[in-house]
Each structure stands twice: as structure tokens, then as C-alpha cells.
Design a protein around this ligand. Structure first.
Ligand code: MSP
Length: 648
């Protein structure tokens, strides 16, 4: 399948500038970046758009609350998004701001065209408006007659003169689109929700406001200067104004979008309003709208007031940007909600990335170094390991359709099968035995098989982990380019011989949680609840598993022990936990242990305590011990354990 000349236009939502980016924003952007990178790799002419949504009452009020000029405030927050995406190496081709002049011009052009096509008329509107969602809701949909059904905030009754878009005229055409294009909304299950909503009947949409003026004015030809554009009309238009709609039209050849990536909360705007606007403008409809689920924290919605918002930069800095990308895409089925936990992230890094992928490269480097001075040749792989190659191919063939259906978790799951084939082949054929038996050719071919699998997996993983896979492929003697992709993946060409060199592990093992969790702000409890809680926990504060794993506990051997002079309590110990040098620990155990009792014995060390100074001596850890009326005992493993073994 050759895919040159095709074009792929991929977008994220444009983010509101009333707050800084959180993990949810990063998720959408990382999915879009992955698709854009993959599109480029397979030779599609790709355009990737992101940006900020800066108009509307919400932003105006947010700036006002902080005593700021609205535009200055929008400039500042918009820049924080752009900087974050730059730090995250997001490969966007354009960053649009709805305050950009060309955008405003395009929105005005659209308004005029919709009017010329008979879709805009003037009337008055009375309804319940939620500022947070920038949406009107019919009274019937309100919770307790007042609160927004989407975000739960209080709504206001607004009565104003407004221009309307004849959304009701589009019901049938929208339903026909959903029916005729089963993959227009992904995951497909979400399409039914939209169909049901539209079948329930659509009201015309109020598309201008007079109650505030932080927005795009309607065109001068309407001679009605108090009207500004409804923020969702303004915002949705970004997808075409970014390509030059209503201005220079320079990049309109990219339209229609291959996929608009969004969160499920804004599906209705994208799957109903947007296609109706496009139909009115005689523009083709997007190929897909992909709606992902929500990230929560310990099962709860993230919010500033709860203090449980996950900062994507902190996570990426602590665990590695590409590890974080892999985790987000692998952990949660696209469309479903996901809960963020450091424990799950650490497990993915240590297991999928460290054990399955990183170790495979290490094994290849180790074996080729030991048996062939680093040389790897792949020409005999097919002769000896055809069954394994075939098994790998079955997985590879399934991948691309999964990616374009946005089934990214399944894509990564399937991509890991070839790694299992490789690791299993080593265990099964035992190259260390083969080489002893003089089966040199078979051993070289086995190394060739591993290299081939690593090359194919890296090429298919490149869009998710660009830097890591570049390192792997460089170690395999080639560069990742659309040409090498075509050769190795599409045409199944074998790798040219190369020589490996020793290198540091790609995914050093992570033992404990690397980020300190902020304590969520507690909601004031009713006294009854408090009583219940005390009873339930019998006075012990309960912690989550994440908090437990924040402590790195390790088995160590005490290799040296001496008394600290002038101290009745302290001993100075050297504890080996498998690092470059033993840890120095100052322990208050002199009353119960003499140095001679300790040397050569094992103990449990808290290995991630901040170093402290005791009597001027540095202490780099703490030994676990229990003290009762009989005195103090160190806690030790029942049987000797390998130095450095984590305790969990
Ligand atoms: N400005 C509108 C989009 C206009 S697009 C023409 C908007 N902005 S937003 O900043 O509030 O949200 C942007 C995206 O972030 C949405 O797709 C939303 O679903 C996503 N997320 C916000 N919080 C989220 C989570 N907690 N988890 C996952 N994504 C979430 O809506």
C-alpha cells in the first residue's frame, strides 16, 4: 500500500484561556500529535492544528476577576499553552488564536455566507444560559430548574435580541450523514448517542450575543454593532480559518479534516453544530470526529478547588515525556474514562517499556557483543525463523486500521506481540546453548530476528515515542524516515548488517513514586461522617496504594558497622543495596546491637528518604525496626534476599 499524495488534516480542540493546561488537554494533544507523526511517516501531506479559544463571557469574567485586561490575560495564558506544547515537542504546523485578525475575518465571512444562504435570521431569545459551557439550555433539561445539566453550575436567565442559525432545517441532512458514514464519529458507539439527540429534535441556535462584547463583531454590513458572535460559532470556525478560509485560502486544499480530536464533553458541538455550519457554507464535512473520555484522579473529576489536578509537565519531568505519552495512550481504551495513578504509570514503564522493549535491545547488544563482536546480520532470519516472522507479520498487518480507528490502546497492545515473539524465541532457542553446540549460523540468525522485530516495532512505535525509537533504530544502524518505513514495513526489506555498541538502559527501573502527591483539599465533613470514619479506620488514617508505594523499601546487607563516639545511641553503618557504593546510615540502635552483631546481616532500608545529618554525619536512609517493652529489633527478610530487592 503506497500512501503518497494523500493529505491529512488533524486538529485538537482550541483550548480556553481561562486556565492553564492539565492532563486532559495534554491527552488530546498527544493523541493528535501521534496521528500527525504517523501520517507524515507514511508519506501523507500532513497539517496539524492546535491553538486557543479566547473569546466569550467566561474568559472576560476570568480576566476581570483577576483585575486584568482581557487581551493581555488571553495573551499570557495562550502563551503558556504554546510553550507547553513546544516543551512537549508537539509537532503542530499551526497554532491558531481566535483573537488573530485573519480568523475574525473568516468568521465574519462565514456569517455573511450563512445569511446569504438563508440560514440566519433575527429574533429575540429568552433562555437559561450557562456561562461555563457557553450554552443555552431548555428549562426541561435543567437540574432542579436552575443548574446546568452538563457542568452542574448555576444558570442565568438571559433575554436578548439575537441572530439565529436555522439548525432545525438540518436535522434530516445530519441524520443522513450519520447513517451513511458509520465511522464519522469514533468510537462508533458514540454515534448512537448523537443520533438519539438529533432525533429528539433540534432548535434553531442563537449565534450572537449583546450582553458582552469580548468577541468577533458581526459584519459591518448588518449595521448592528452591539452583536458579537456566539463563542462556539467563532471557535468551530477555527478549523477552516486556520487554512485561510475567508482570507488567502492558501491551505484550503487540506480541507476536509481527516479527524477532529476532542473530548466527549464537546461532542455535541462538533457532531451537530459544526457539520450543520459546514453544510450551510457548502463545505465538505470532516471525515472523522474522535471523542475521547475523561481523565479522573482517584475516581474523581479533577478540579482546582479539590486540588487534585494533575499537571502534565510535572508528570513528564518526573517520569519522562515519552513514557508519559506511551502510558496515556496504552492505559485507557479510546473513548473510555481513565484514572491517573502513578502506580499504573510506573508499572507500564517497568514492565512494558523496561522488561519487554528495553531489555530486548539489551539482550541483542549483549549477545551480539559476546558471540560476534557486535555484528548483526539478518539475511538468514527467514531460513531459520520463518514461523516467528509470519507471526510478527500477522500483528503488523492489523496495526494501521486500528490507528485510523483511533483504537490506540489496542494498537499498542498488538504492537507488543512481536516483542513477546522475540523474547520467547530467545528463551526457547537458548542462543547460549546453540553457540556452544557450534550452531553459529542459527545464533546469528536469531540475533537477526531480534533486530528485525525491534526495527519493525520501533518504526510502528515512532509516532508515540519519537526520540526513544530513534535511539533504538540508530543502534540498529538506520534512521527512521518515510523511506526506511516504506522499505522495512511496507516492502519487508531486510536490515543491512550493522555493529552494536554497549549503551545505558533505555528505561531505568523506577522503584518508588517520583512525585509527591498534594493532599486534596478536604471538603468540610458533617460531624456524623467524621464519627463514622473514625470507627471504620479505628483511629488509623487510611492511605491509598499510591501513598504506600511512594516509599522505596529495599533489602540491604550491612557491610560495615562502627560506634559513633560520644553518642550513647548511634551506630554508623554502611548498607549495600546494589548501588555504586554502600549507603551510609546513622542508626539509633546502639543500645540493642553491637557493630559485630550487624556486619554481614541483612536489613530493610527506606531508600528514598532525603539525606539528613546526625551529629555532623550524613545519613542516606533509615532501617526498619520495631520497638516494644522488650527492646528494639531490626526487621529482616525471613531468608536472605538479593541485595537491592524492592520490598512491596
Ligand atoms: N474551547 C473549547 C473547545 C473549542 S473547539 C472548537 C473547550 N476548551 S477546553 O479547554 O475546556 O477543553 C478542551 C479539551 O480538553 C476538550 O476536548 C475537553 O474534553 C478536554 N478535557 C478537559 N478536561 C478533561 C479531562 N479531565 N480529561 C480529558 N479531557 C478533558 O472545550
Amino acid at each position: 500500500m503506497s500512501s503518497c499524495h494523500k493529505s491529512s488534516y488533524i486538529t485538537t480542540p482550541i483550548y480556553y484561556v481561562n486556565d492553564v493546561a492539565h492532563i486532559g488537554h495534554a491527552y488530546t494533544t498527544i493523541i493528535a500529535d501521534t496521528l500527525a507523526r504517523y501520517s507524515r511517516l507514511i508519506g501523507h501531506n500532513t497539517f496539524f492544528l492546535t491553538g486557543t479559544d479566547e473569546h466569550g463571557q467566561k474568559i472576560e469574567e476570568s480576566a476581570k476577576k483577576r483585575g486584568r485586561d482581557t487581551k493581555e490575560y488571553a495573551d499570557e495564558i495562550s502563551a503558556t499553552f504554546r510553550t507547553l506544547w513546544d516543551e512537549f515537542d508537539i509537532s503542530y504546523d499551526k497554532f491558531i488564536r481566535t483573537t488573530d485578525e485573519y480568523h475574525k475575518k473568516g468568521v465574519q465571512k462565514a456569517f455573511t455566507t450563512m445569511h446569504e444562504n438563508g440560514d440566519i435570521y433575527k429574533d429575540t431569545y429568552k433562555g437559561h444560559y450557562c456561562i461555563s459551557c457557553e450554552t443555552f439550555f431548555p428549562e426541561l433539561q435543567l437540574v432542579d430548574g436552575e443548574f446546568c445539566p452538563d457542568c452542574g453550575k448555576s444558570t442565568n436567565i438571559v433575554e436578548e435580541e439575537s441572530y439565529f442559525f436555522r439548525l432545525s432545517d438540518y436535522e434530516d441532512r445530519l441524520l443522513a450523514w450519520y447513517r451513511d458514514t458509520p465511522d464519522c464519529i469514533l468510537p462508533r458507539s458514540k454515534r448512537n448517542e448523537v443520533i438519539r439527540f438529533v432525533e429528539g429534535g433540534l432548535n434553531d441556535l442563537s449565534v450572537t450575543r449583546t450582553s458582552f462584547d469580548w468577541g468577533v463583531k458581526i459584519p459591518e454590513s448588518f449595521d448592528d454593532p452591539k452583536h458579537v458572535m456566539y463563542v462556539w460559532l467563532d471557535a468551530l470556525m477555527n478549523y477552516v480559518t486556520a487554512l485561510g478560509y475567508g482570507d488567502d485560502e492558501k491551505n484550503m486544499e487540506f480541507w476536509p479534516a481527516r479527524v477532529h480530536l476532542i473530548g466527549k464533553d464537546i461532542l455535541r458541538f462538533h457532531a451537530i453544530y459544526w457539520p450543520a455550519f459546514l453544510m450551510s457554507l457548502d463545505l465538505p464535512l470532516p471525515k472523522h470526529i474522535g471523542a475521547h473520555g475523561w481523565w479522573t484522579r482517584n475516581g474523581e473529576k479533577m478540579s482546582k478547588s479539590k486540588g487534585n489536578v494533575v499537571n502534565p509537565k510535572e508528570v513528564a519531568d518526573a517520569y519522562g515525556l515519552e513514557n508519559f505519552r506511551y502510558f496515556m495512550l496504552r492505559e485507557v481504551p479510546f473513548g473510555g474514562d481513565g484514572d491517573f495513578s502513578q502506580k499504573a504509570l510506573i508499572d507500564r514503564i517497568n514492565s512494558d517499556l523496561g522488561n519487554d522493549l528495553g531489555n530486548l535491545l539489551n539482550r541483542l547488544i549483549g549477545m551480539s557483543g559476546k558471540y560476534f563482536e557486535g555484528r548483526v546480520e539478518c539475511d538468514l532470519v527467514e531460513k531459520y525463523y520463518k514461523a516467528e516472522l509470519d507471526e510478527v507479520q500477522i500483528s503488523l498487518d492489523k496495526l494501521e486500521p486500528m490507528l485510523f480507528e483511533l483504537q490506540l490502546h489496542r494498537y499498542l497492545e498488538e504492537l507488543w506481540r512481536p516483542l513477546t515473539v522475540a523474547n520467547r524465541a530467545i528463551d526457547r532457542y537458548q542462543p547460549w546453548t546453540m553457540i556452544k553446540e557450534g550452531k553459529t549460523e542459527e545464533t546469528m540468525a536469531l540475533n537477526g530476528l531480534i533486530a528485525t522485530i525491534l526495527a519493525k516495532v520501533s518504526l510502528m512505535l515512532h509516532a508515540v515515542m519519537p526520540k526513544t525509537t530513534t535511539i533504538i533504530c540508530n543502534a540498529l544502524g538506520f534512521e527512521i524516515t518515510p523511506e526506511s518505513f516504506e522499505k522495512v514495513i511496507r516492502n519487508g526489506e531486510i536490515l543491512v548488517p550493522f555493529t552494536t555498541a554497549k549503551r545505558d538502559p533505555l528505561f531505568p527501573r523506577i522503584e518508588g513514586q517520583l512525585l509527591v502527591e498534594k493532599k486534596p483539599a478536604e471538603e468540610p465533613k458533617k460531624s456524623e461522617d467524621k464519627k463514622k470514619e473514625v470507627k471504620k479506620t479505628e483511629g488509623i488514617a487510611l492511605i491509598g496504594i499510591d501513598q504506600f508505594f511512594a516509599t522505596s523499601l529495599k533489602i540491604g546487607t550491612i557491610v560495615k558497622a562502627e560506634e559513633v563516639k560520644k553518642s550513647k545511641k548511634l551506630l554508623l553503618l554502611q548498607v549495600d543495596i546494589g548501588e555504586d557504593k554502600p549507603r551510609q546510615v546513622v542508626a539509633g540502635i546502639k543500645e540493642w546491637y553491637s557493630p559485630d552483631d550487624l556486619v554481614g546481616t541483612q536489613a530493610c532500608l527506606v531508600a528514598n528518604l532525603k539525606p539528613a545529618k546526625l551529629m555532623g554525619m550524613k545519613s542516606e536512609g533509615m532501617l526498619l525496626a520495631a520497638k516494644d517493652a522488650d527492646g528494639l529489633s531490626l526487621i529482616r527478610p525471613e531468608k536472605p534476599k538479593t541485595i537491592g530487592t524492592p520490598i512491596s
